[in-house]
Design a protein around this ligand. Structure first.
Ligand code: SOE
Length: 385
């Protein structure tokens, strides 16, 4: 491996689940990918100094800051990675971009459409100064989904007719499960819709290369209050589930369902695309596989077959393990930051951009407006670029 690669100072804000998985990615990425830049784990941000220090020691960060404002202006930080709840994304991202720092921001891009618009505008201005930004839709970096996109783009499916995607979890099924920030609108923006729906909207648009142009939606909150952990009860102010269908710009129809109440489904992020020549299907719980049906051959030999997406020719796989030696959730983040470092090093725009994140936000916003009027058909405004 080359020793001449430059380093880039990283500052991560937040050290819970996403902070941990991003830390893992930053630590390892250059050991597998020949990225033009090597991350320097400069500083980890967290409001509680003791907890931030413990996390920094565990994940290998050189220093901590308890105030994100101090973190984003440090000279040893070139890139700010935002792993906080959605209520702080816009403020941190815009300030970091204005301070000349590249930004990676967890999904969904923001809690509101107005915030997402402001972020996309700040990203466009920063781009003119060579400052890059990316929203962290990590499922784009699952090799099987990246491969699915290539198959669609290469015409292997023919004309796309149906897209169906669900994202099912079950961690809220027990009404006694306690409150968390994810159930408070002021913190999380929305519930299953923003947390899980953002992923499948992005995945559907990414794999098909098309845009959702309108939706009709229903949402529901099954358990309106939960134990707050202090002996009291807290109000759940977000959706527990969202169900919506829509049209794609290429003429296909699409159906989506997200929930945190599908008992037995732990992280079932699924996508199926049916075209005029073939169908493909993906399930994150078997993330190294794609199901593939070729509709062009003799019907007597037709049937779904399993493609094990672990060949070195498949996207991202070549730097990892030999065929059949499976990848996991954490690899998607390492693949993601590899793409980001490559774009920054080469002076190109990483994807998905904040504009892409805004596009997803527009769909989520249309879903909420439609659901507020019991599934009224609601158009999704076109992208700004
Ligand atoms: C929780 O529902 C969660 O961690 C999401 O926030 C992530 O984006 C998803 O990858 C797994 O589930």
């Amino acid at each position: 491996m080359s020793t001449a690669r430059e380093t880039i100072g990283i500052g991560v804000v937040g050290h819970a689940f996403m902070g941990a998985v991003h830390s893992h990615a930053w630590r390892n990425v250059h050991r597998f990918f020949e990225t033009p830049l090597i991350p320097r784990l400069a500083v980890l941000g967290g409001r509680d100094e003791g907890r931030a220090k413990a996390a920094a020691a565990k994940f290998g960060w050189a220093d901590v800051e308890t105030d994100w404002r101090a973190l984003i202006t440090r000279d040893d930080v070139d890139l700010v990675d935002i792993c906080t709840p959605g209520d702080s994304h816009a403020e941190i991202a815009i300030a970091a971009l204005e301070a000349g720092k590249h930004v990676l921001c967890e999904k969904p891009l923001a809690n509101t459409l107005a915030e997402a618009e402001a972020m996309a505008e700040a990203a466009a201005k920063a781009r003119e100064r060579g400052v890059r930004s990316m929203v962290a839709f990590n499922y784009r970096r699952v090799p099987a989904l990246a491969h699915a996109r290539q198959l669609v783009a290469g015409g292997a499916l023919g004309e796309i007719r149906h897209v169906r995607s669900v994202y099912l979890q079950d961690w809220l099924s027990d009404p006694q499960s306690p409150m968390t920030w994810r159930l408070r609108k002021e913190k999380a923006g929305s519930g299953a819709l923003g947390d899980l729906g953002a992923h499948i909207v992005d995945a559907a648009q990414f794999v098909t290369g098309e845009r959702i142009t309108g939706v009709s939606a229903l949402t529901n909150t099954f358990v309106p209050e939960r134990p707050d952990g202090d002996g009291g009860r807290g109000q759940v102010t977000v959706d527990d589930t969202a169900l919506f269908f829509g049209r794609l710009s290429g003429g296909a129809v699409a159906g989506f369902e997200v929930t945190r109440y599908a008992l037995g489904r732990k992280n079932a992020m699924r996508l199926e695309v049916n075209g005029s020549k073939a169908s493909l299907a993906f399930d994150f719980e078997s993330m190294n596989e794609l199901s593939w049906y070729d509709g062009t051959g003799p019907s007597t030999e037709a049937g779904f077959r399993r493609i094990l997406v672990t060949e070195p020719e498949h996207p991202y796989v070549g730097v990892w393990w030999p065929p059949g030696h499976l990848l996991g959730y954490e690899h998607t983040f390492t693949n993601e930051v590899a793409d980001l470092l490559t774009a920054i090093g080469e002076g190109t725009d990483p994807e998905p951009s904040f504009e892409d994140g805004l596009g997803v936000q527009r769909v989520l916003d249309a879903v909420e407006r439609s659901a507020a009027e019991e599934a009224r058909w609601t158009a999704v405004a076109a992208q700004i670029r």
